[in-house]
Design a protein around this ligand. Structure first.
Ligand SMILES: Nc1nc2c(c(=O)[nH]1)N[C@H]1C(S)=C(S)[C@@H](COP(=O)(O)OP(=O)(O)OC[C@H]3O[C@@H](n4cnc5c(=O)[nH]c(N)nc54)[C@H](O)[C@@H]3O)O[C@H]1N2
Ligand SMILES: Nc1nc2c(c(=O)[nH]1)N[C@H]1C(S)=C(S)[C@@H](COP(=O)(O)OP(=O)(O)OC[C@H]3O[C@@H](n4cnc5c(=O)[nH]c(N)nc54)[C@H](O)[C@@H]3O)O[C@H]1N2
Ligand code: SF4
Ligand SMILES: [Mo]
Length: 738
């Protein structure tokens, strides 16, 4: 037998682990982690190990699809689709103006930055500003908080240096969300061996919470009370880095006044945690020298994400937990240019007020982008500025956007819906065209995306300078007609006789340089090769993709010592910028929360909806992806709602029984499982399952769509538009007989 091993980047999620795929007689038979990989140390998850099956799934689209008048789809050659769609876009722009065409980029636009950059360039080429991403239905508070607080140029400490970590509504051991770096389970284990303290705040005793030194199990949606009380206690204990604050921090008095209402007793009552535990958390943090606070989707989706994210940064700044002059910063960038290695602040930036204004709810572009939660309304609201055409790149609005019923109406109302997807997704089913792409192991890949996410904060991206490139390791299926999305955007631009001006992600931290270094592709130019496409998307990278491909180690995962370790320079004497912990945008949000502090009825929620549905992730699927892969499907055959056994008893429900969950907006069905780790009064339910509203309920198969339970226009963040997607008030009962 002919055996071979090939190194490849797993792009099944944003972590981009280095995998080894074993081949027998030319066919992939197994995938696993690579213990020699310098960043991932052998890590892989069940999704990655199943990836070698993905390319040949029976559900894979081998041809692009065009919708028939009866709603079904027929195959179409991708070049014909590109020409037809280009003509339709021309027509829509001529009739309604360029902003009638919108682009939504989801998960797999972030794992393929080349394609994402070409999508943006196409939108710009037709003159539209309607660029939306999944960021504003994910953790939009991160961008807003970073803008309001400012950034520390030298960056945070790295995971292996921390002596303390607090996780607030994030479970990185499973999600790979920032907080524990690459190979999070190993990093947590190593950290604990070193004596790193772990505090977890989560209504569900998550995988990380199970390892915590201190675990707080609050009512969901009340994290402002907990973080406010912690900051108040740090101030009361004088556990502050006064020198750092004096030199580098503005707005302390504003923050101090804003957290004054959060005495541990009132905050504890509100969040339903022991006041002593809040004080204990503050005392632990007050003892850390190089600690970190990481916030995830939980708080971002439960109403006050900007404030919670901001408070996590404020704790870092009050404690002075930022890398200092004379210390070494290990990641000097491979595909992404780093910020200057100076121990100084880049002051706050406006979080709103610079971009496109929407027509609904007074929403506008924020630093986190245009509010995706309002795009359905922009499609449905008639008049000037109505969106008529939507391109969906690597996302699945029907299962991922909040307010599924409204999203469904919007998708049907469009004149043109084009979806790039390797399967007939729930959004694809409603699309005029589904473009079938080459995917994952069939295409060139780089680790630029996680490197870029390193700018989100500590525990994101790579600790040391690291890169991997991977060339295609499997052929596209026989008889298929597949296209890389970037090439499709280029083909449409060509048909419309428009140049593409591709902006570089590598220069993200320097917007002026990014503008000055665009790669312009003329309409008469040939389709760029994959390397050319990537090098356009990463123009002026410290190392180009073409160069990286010539480095043998980079194919396996490469941590070049000579590119690692810049000494942090001291702050120049005339440096005026400071970090800001008292910005009014955020202080107003904290005040708004504090106003309800004494209102226990509000904390309990409406009596008719006594439970709270909270969000969570599952190890074996990623949002709406990999559900169809048989290995993963077998692990979670039914859509689970995890419920505390006490609640199951009180509701008269059995473990494994079908239930209906109803909110003020809608109802879904899934299967209840007894889970002692879930806070009583909560249902912990993963998202991105379910069927479309015009299909039958499928409680034992596809499950229910939690987006159907959230209204996008009732309780939403005024800055980013994100509505309540966790901590949704619901009621529960046995589902009607099938
Ligand atoms: N209620 C609730 N809603 C949520 C969340 C929640 O916690 N609760 N989470 C939110 C979050 S954090 C996010 S990020 C969004 C996700 O929102 P989306 O990104 O819109 O949704 P996904 O389900 O990730 O969609 C990914 C799609 O890409 C397709 N795909 C897979 N590989 C490729 C590829 O190589 N190329 C292309 N073109 N497509 C590919 C998949 O088949 C799938 O249809 O959902 C949000 N929605
Ligand atoms: N295996 C897997 N990995 C994934 C994904 C996936 O679907 N599967 N999705 C990817 C995506 S798109 C993203 S954005 C990241 C997200 O990564 P994370 O933010 O780490 O997502 P979760 O694992 O859902 O963790 C969120 C936690 O918040 C808790 N929570 C819910 N509401 C509240 C609240 O009000 N307050 C507090 N304190 N906690 C709350 C939940 O119980 C849950 O444990 O994960 C990514 N990684
Ligand atoms: S964590 Fe993400 S990148 Fe790593 S193996 Fe799993 S799916 Fe692949
Ligand atoms: Mo996400």
């Amino acid at each position: 037998m002919d055996r071979e091993r090939k190194h490849v980047i797993c792009r099944a999620c944003h972590a981009h682990c280095g995998l080894i795929v074993d081949f027998e007689n030319g066919a992939p038979v197994a995938a696993h982690g690579d213990k020699d990989n310098p960043a991932f140390h052998g890590y892989s998850c069940v999704k990655g190990r199943g990836m070698m099956n993905y390319h040949s799934l029976s559900t894979r689209l081998l041809h692009s699809q065009k919708r028939r008048p009866d709603g079904g789809h027929d195959p179409i050659a991708w070049r014909d689709a590109a020409n037809e769609i280009a003509a339709k876009v021309d027509d829509i722009v001529a009739k309604h103006g360029p902003d009638a065409v919108a682009l939504y980029v989801g998960t797999f636009g972030y794992t393929n930055l080349a394609t994402h950059a070409f999508g943006m360039a196409f939108l710009e080429a037709i003159g539209s500003r309607m660029y939306f991403t999944s960021v504003t239905i994910d953790q939009p508070g991160k961008g807003v908080a970073r803008a309001a607080h400012g950034a520390w140029l030298a960056g945070p400490y790295k995971v292996s240096e921390w002596d303390g970590l607090m996780l607030v509504g994030t479970n990185p051991v499973i999600s790979q969300n920032g907080g524990l770096g690459t190979n999070p389970a190993r990093n947590l284990h190593e950290g604990k061996k070193r004596g790193m303290e772990l505090i977890v705040v989560d209504p569900r005793r998550s995988d990380c919470a199970a390892k915590a030194d201190l675990y707080l199990q609050p009512r969901p949606g009340e994290d402002v009370a907990i973080l406010g009380a912690i900051i108040r206690q740090l101030i009361a204990d004088d556990a502050l880095d006064h020198d750092f604050i004096k030199e580098n921090v503005d707005g302390f008095e504003n923050l101090k006044a804003a957290v004054e209402p959060f005495d541990p007793r009132r905050a504890g009552e509100r969040a339903d945690v022991a006041p002593d535990d809040i004080v204990k958390a503050a005392r632990m943090i007050g003892g850390w020298k190089r600690g970190h606070v990481s916030v995830g989707t939980g708080p971002n989706m439960s109403g006050f994400g900007n404030a919670v994210e901001f408070m996590s940064l404020a704790i870092q700044s009050l404690r002075g937990h930022w890398r200092r002059a004379g210390e070494i910063r290990q990641n000097e960038g491979f595909f992404i240019n780093p910020s200057p290695a100076i121990a100084a602040a880049a002051g706050p930036l406006p979080a709103t007020g610079f971009g496109k204004k929407l027509r609904v709810r007074g929403l506008e572009e924020s630093i986190s982008g245009l509010p995706t939660a309002a795009l359905a309304d922009e499609i449905l609201t008639p008049g000037d500025g109505q969106v008529k055409a939507l391109f969906v790149l690597g996302g699945n609005p029907m299962l991922a956007w909040p307010d599924q019923i409204k999203t469904f109406e919007a998708m049907k109302a469009l004149d043109l819906l084009v979806c790039f997807d390797p399967k007939m997704s729930k959004t694809g089913a409603l699309s005029d065209y589904v473009i079938a792409p080459k995917v994952h192991f069939e295409i060139l890949g780089t680790t630029a995306a996680p490197e870029l996410f390193g700018n989100f904060g500590a525990g994101w991206g790579f600790e040391e300078t690291y890169a991997q490139v991977s060339e295609p390791i499997v052929e596209t299926p026989e008889g298929s007609d597949l296209v890389e999305e970037y090439a499709f955007f280029h083909a449409m631009a060509k048909a419309m006789d428009k140049p593409l001006s591709v902006k570089s992600w590598s220069l993200m931290l320097d917007p002026a340089a990014a503008e000055a270094n665009r790669t312009v592709i003329a309409p008469e130019a040939d389709t760029p090769s994959p390397v050319e496409a990537w090098d356009a998307a990463l123009n002026k990278a410290p190392v180009s993709v073409a160069e990286a491909l010539r480095i043998p180690e980079a194919h396996k995962g490469y941590a070049p010592e000579e590119r690692s370790g810049a000494e942090i320079a001291p702050k120049p004497d005339d440096w005026a910028e400071k970090l800001a912990v008292g910005e009014s945008l955020i202080i107003e949000e904290i005040d708004r929360y504090a106003e309800r502090l004494g209102d226990d009825a509000a904390a309990r929620g409406p009596a008719s909806f006594p439970y709270r549905m909270i969000s969570r992730r599952l190890n074996n699927v990623l949002n709406s992806s990999w559900h169809e892969e048989p290995m993963q499907r077998g692990r979670t055959p039914h859509h689970p709602a995890y419920v505390n056994p006490e609640d199951l008893d009180a509701l008269g429900l059995a473990d494994g029984e079908r239930i209906e969950i109803e909110s003020a907006r809608g109802a879904i069905q899934c299967v209840a499982y007894a889970a002692p780790d879930v806070r009583p009064g909560c249902l912990s339910v993963p998202h991105a399952w379910g069927t479309n509203p015009d299909e039958n309920e499928d409680p034992l198969g596809a499950g229910g769509n939690t987006g159907r339970l959230s209204a996008n226009d009732v309780d939403y963040d005024p800055v980013t538009g994100i509505p309540i997607m966790s901590a949704i008030p619901v009621r529960v009962r046995a589902a009607p007989a099938l």
